[in-house]
Ligand binder design. Structure first.
Ligand SMILES: [Zn+2]
Length: 58
């Protein structure tokens, strides 16, 4: 529910925003080349997604 801005103390606001910081992205190891990659994405190192080669990497 909406709360008027002046009713929220700076301390309360800070405590809420302390949870909002950017976190490093989750990385998983590629099953083919063990390169670190983003989950559910084609591996940028070998072009595999799971067991299948999807793109040609130069
Ligand atoms: Zn790979």
């Amino acid at each position: 529910m909406g709360v008027p801005k002046r009713k929220v103390s700076k301390s309360k606001q800070g405590k809420r925003k302390s949870n909002k910081a950017l976190k490093p992205p989750t990385l998983v190891k590629c099953s083919q080349c063990h390169h670190l990659k983003l989950p559910h994405n084609i591996c940028p190192n070998c072009g595999y997604y799971g067991k299948r080669k999807v793109i040609e990497v130069a």
